[in-house]
Design a binder for this molecule. Structure first.
Ligand SMILES: CC(C)(COP(=O)(O)OP(=O)(O)OC[C@H]1O[C@@H](n2cnc3c(N)ncnc32)[C@H](O)[C@@H]1OP(=O)(O)O)[C@@H](O)C(=O)NCCC(=O)NCCS
Length: 146
């Protein structure tokens, strides 16, 4: 079952078949966090995630991806709005749909990492990690740039 939310001319949808891989890969491969990411890696990530597309008419202008077991944990990533659609609330509508999604209720932990959009996510309940010494990761920052 897929869901669509409508906000005037903007539509947000979790339908995987609507996602425009050209738009998503086109943005991610020039993003600060996934520069150079191969298209097949993006396709595999979409297959195994809950993706949210933002659409103005037929055109995808924004995206958010949630990696999740749909029960206890979720990781929000790859959030972007194309330059020409920024500043009109698209990312806020995307975030409203992410936090309201029925498969993302009752999670014990919902995490994300961001360089400078903390204030956007704080509005939806995300807080800085209380005790960073408890949080460990393997991070290959330059993986796709090589
Ligand atoms: C961040 C981004 C998704 C915001 O999208 P947008 O649709 O233009 O944002 P909105 O119009 O919904 O407004 C976002 C709100 O968050 C605020 N905000 C906080 N941090 C922000 C940031 N780093 N960039 C943009 N807005 C930010 C804005 O000021 C705005 O608040 P306001 O409503 O009080 O004016 C978009 O600028 C983008 O794609 N940036 C490049 C990729 C990126 O940084 N993604 C996030 C990675 S975690």
């Amino acid at each position: 079952m897929t869901r669509t939310w409508t906000f005037g001319e903007l539509e947000i949808s979790d339908a995987r078949e609507r996602l425009d891989v050209d738009v998503i890969h086109g943005y991610l491969t020039r993003s600060y966090w996934a520069e150079g990411i191969p298209r097949e890696v993006v396709e595999r990530s979409l297959e195994h995630s809950l993706g949210f597309g933002a659409y103005l008419g037929a055109r995808q202008v924004g995206f958010a991806r949630v990696v999740t077991d749909r029960a206890t944990f979720a990781w929000l990533c790859d959030v972007f709005v194309l330059e020409e659609a920024r500043g009109r609330g698209v990312s806020k509508r995307l975030m409203e749909c992410v936090v309201a999604h029925p498969d993302l209720q009752g999670l014990r932990r919902f995490s994300l990492a961001t360089r400078d959009a903390q204030e956007l996510y704080r509005r939806y309940g995300f807080e800085p990690i209380g005790d960073p010494t408890r949080y460990l990761e393997i991070l290959k920052r330059e993986l796709y740039a090589r």
